[in-house]
Design a protein around this ligand. Structure first.
Ligand SMILES: [Zn+2]
Length: 463
């Protein structure tokens, strides 16, 4: 706010002086200096940069020698550190679980959502796109976030309740979201968008053939068309190549999983590029997680700081491991992961636009940690660390035309991840989190977090 806006011209001098003093006190100006910048647009890292943030917005960024620190600004020397935009996870579900117990009816509320958004932020994930399993509480949370702006958690963008074909795959128990006819699909999209959804989600799958039907074209087409008529993008859960092909033909805007039944055809790649269909989430961490009886990282501090000891114990229980190993589809997951990884690599090489998304939030798929695992799996599948980071920041923001986030540029929110080591040299360095900023405010990082225990029970952060 400019000072002149605070009071009409002509106030008595003392009031103007007082008011100017208040305005000065209110403007919080911070300068971060001498870091290496990873801008979120894919530029090679730029050394010795500085930036100025005023009231949570970036007002200057550039070579350190050219940035003028405003008088009275707080300055922080970040020589040796790396500054990048906060990560955006383009596929999450909020408020579904307590520990690893998943139950929408029992656990979904504003408090649980906000707690999970804080955990995402602690991991440097400063925005999330939530994918079709939200009750109406999400709209209140998001309205508050957008009114306040300078929030103390990750920002959320929602697809509300996604569209499920009655009796087929998708959604969560306890949330009414299935449709049987094209008219019901249209009405549902209209109703959901009227509540404030940022985009529209639909599911096309049959759980390895367990379910009789996948959503037919006669439902997916009007779902996508109605979203477009209302100015929203439509994104799909897919598993099968033939559904991906059909949905591209229906002008879907993005896929929220990879094709997992086979290798992608050149024809699909060509049509995705021609119609600008984005592979916005490949959820490799989701597919990988299903291949384990016991997640291989449960004792890593970067993971275990974010979950209660009771949750670790539940993950380690022999009964659970036995149950997973004897699950009906357990043997199918390695192939699904291989296909997903190979197809992601193929798409990236072919020039399909891709983002980053994990499908974290449902049981045993952990907020925040999975974003770092996803980046690692993307690099293993064939992109460079810089490409993976660009997907997870600038590209994801562009998908929803979220203009205030995703890159480190003048005018954007200062949603920043400060790292002690170079993530473009080794993608696992995204875990070397030094500071997380949301709108210029330092939030507790995962290295300052110790869920379910006294604050000092998790020990010192590694250097
Ligand atoms: Zn999902």
């Amino acid at each position: 706010m400019r000072r002149s806006q605070l009071r009409p011209v002509g106030m008595i001098a003392v009031a103007v002086t007082l008011c100017m003093a208040q305005a000065t006190a209110r403007a919080e100006t911070v300068v971060l200096e001498h870091f290496t910048l990873i801008d979120g647009k894919g530029s090679v890292p730029q050394r010795d940069r500085s930036l100025v943030m005023v009231d949570g917005r970036i007002t200057q960024v550039g070579p350190a020698s050219r940035i003028r620190a405003p008088r009275g600004a707080k300055r922080e020397n970040l020589r040796g550190a790396f500054v990048m935009p906060g990560l955006i996870d383009a596929h999450v579900h909020l408020g579904l679980v307590d520990g690893i117990d998943q139950n929408f009816t029992k656990y979904y509320d504003g408090d649980n959502i906000e707690q999970q958004l804080k955990l995402y932020a602690a991991y440097g994930v400063t925005s999330v796109y939530t994918l079709g399993t939200d009750g109406d509480d999400i709209h209140r949370v998001i309205a508050d976030q957008r009114r306040i702006g300078r929030i103390d958690s990750a920002r959320a963008f929602t697809s509300g309740r996604g569209v499920v074909f009655k009796g087929s795959y998708g959604g969560v128990p306890g949330l009414e979201q299935s449709v049987a006819t094209p008219a019901e699909a249209q009405a549902m999209v209209q109703r959901e968008v009227a509540k404030g959804d940022d985009f529209v989600k639909l599911w096309v799958d049959d759980e390895f053939g367990d379910l009789a039907d996948r959503m037919p074209n006669s439902i997916s087409k009007p779902t996508i068309d109605t979203a477009h008529q209302l100015g929203k993008k439509a994104v799909a859960h897919i598993f099968y190549h033939d559904n991906a092909t059909a949905l591209v033909g229906q002008d879907v805007d993005g896929f929220m999983h990879q094709v997992r039944d086979r290798a992608v055809d050149p024809a699909l790649l060509t049509s995705m590029k021609a119609k600008d269909v984005w592979q916005i989430a490949s959820t490799l961490s989701r597919e990988a997680s299903f291949t384990y009886k016991l997640l291989p990282f449960v004792d890593e501090p970067f993971f275990s700081r974010g979950v209660a000891p009771a949750t670790i114990a539940a993950l380690k229980s022999p009964e659970r491991q036995q149950r997973l190993a004897t699950g009906k589809h357990f043997a199918k997951y390695p192939a699904a992961l291989r296909n997903a990884s190979a197809n992601f690599g193929t798409m990236a090489k072919a020039g399909v636009t891709y983002g980053m998304g994990t499908d974290s939030g449902p049981t045993a798929r952990f907020p925040g940690y999975f974003a770092h695992w996803e980046l690692e799996l993307m690099v293993k599948a064939g992109v460079t660390p810089l490409q993976a980071l660009t997907a997870a920041t600038g590209t994801n923001a562009r998908f929803l035309d979220a203009r205030d986030i995703g890159t480190v540029e003048k005018g954007k929110w200062a949603d920043l991840l400060v790292l002690n080591r170079d993530p473009t040299a080794d993608i696992r360095n995204t875990r070397a989190i030094r500071t997380v900023y949301v709108a210029g405010r330092k939030l507790p990082t995962i290295w300052q977090t110790c869920v379910g225990r006294p604050a000092d029970a998790c020990g010192e952060a590694p250097k």
